[in-house]
Design a protein around this ligand. Structure first.
Ligand code: MLT
Length: 322
């Protein structure tokens, strides 16, 4: 019987401290072979993952001694939370530790699209000096539509506001007078109106049964032909075929995707589009956020293992199982 199994690349001071105090088995590639993980999971009291390890009902059923799962990140779509909770296992996660980094990436992508930074960089490095061809636009006085006004949506709206943008918000669970909305002088609108009126749309939806492929051709074709779509949340919320069709038909000016339906996605039509920026799910990947994420999740895993409560938990702070 061992203490902790780590199935993804999670390193840093927080992990070093955990390794000093507990017996930690570090298998950063084990998420790629779920059948092997299934065989060994019963030997551990804690499992530490990012978003690649699929914690499904079968894994939970085999995890006889598991007391805590540390999720180094905020999205919980790789965990069957109902099954984990039913088994009495704590899910410790990091709801706020990487929000600023993701919001900053959303703004970086907006600016990248507005100022043609990626194509201008490629062209200039190839020896050209095409100033007029890369005339861009300002964010100032434009409208930013924020889909999903959780922590990251709010921080993105704050930053967009600092650039002098008007804010539209769509969120099925947030009241139009909620502090997050009024603080950014946001106007709450339905999804259709947000797509029709925004110059930049920043998506911050979690992947759930309801949001799955919820943004498709029908929505993208409502956009201004000068507008851009940015997704730093989850690729599963977008129907990529619909987005590709809308881009091909020039229903919108371009897009930036940090997240994809399937990751890694391989080459496809999006790869070939000069008005599309693609990044490999790096929203949370800043040095600062990773220090906070690893520190927080490792501390919470340690707390649960010594019988104390987790600070950041998605179900309950102490295990219900004996
Ligand atoms: C998150 O959910 O925290 C980020 O998308 C990064 C990750 O999934 O690990």
């Amino acid at each position: 019987m061992s203490d902790i199994l780590v199935t993804e690349n999670i390193v840093g001071d927080g992990m070093t401290a955990l390794r000093k105090a507990f017996d930690v088995v570090f298998e950063p590639d084990l998420h790629e072979v779920p059948q092997e993980l299934l065989k060994v999971i019963s030997q551990f009291k804690a499992l530490v993952v990012r978003n690649q390890t699929q914690v499904d009902g079968a894994l939970v059923a085999a995890a006889d001694h598991l007391r805590v799962i540390g999720r180094a990140g905020v999205g919980l779509d790789n965990l069957d939370l109902a099954a984990v909770s039913k088994a009495g296992i704590v899910v410790a996660y990091t709801p706020d530790q990487n929000s600023v980094s993701v919001a900053e990436l959303a703004l970086a992508l907006m600016l990248g699209l507005a100022r043609n930074i990626c194509p201008a960089d490629a062209s200039t490095k190839s020896g050209d000096w095409l100033r007029h061809e890369f005339t861009g636009g300002e964010l100032f006085n434009k409208t930013c539509g924020v889909i999903g006004m959780g922590r990251i949506g709010f921080l993105t709206a704050m930053r967009a506001r600092a650039f002098g943008m008007d804010i539209l918000v769509h969120d099925a669970f947030v009241h139009r007078d909620a502090a997050a909305v009024t603080q950014v002088c946001g106007q709450m609108v339905d999804m259709e109106e947000l797509f029709a009126r925004s110059d930049y749309i920043s998506c911050h939806l979690p992947a759930t049964e309801k949001t799955q492929q919820s943004l498709g051709y029908e929505m993208f074709s409502k956009m201004k032909t000068t507008a851009y779509f940015i997704n730093t949340s989850r690729g599963q919320v977008v129907c990529e075929d619909g987005l590709i069709r809308a881009l091909t038909e020039r229903k919108l000016a371009g897009a930036a995707l940090d997240v994809r339906q399937v990751e890694p996605p391989g080459r496809d039509q999006l790869t070939e589009m000069p008005n599309v920026i693609l990044t490999p799910h790096i929203g949370a990947f800043t040095r600062e956020a990773q220090v906070r994420v690893v520190q927080s999740v490792c501390q919470d895993v340690a707390s649960v293992l010594i019988g104390e409560a987790a600070c950041n938990y998605a179900n309950f702070s102490r295990p219900n199982r004996k």
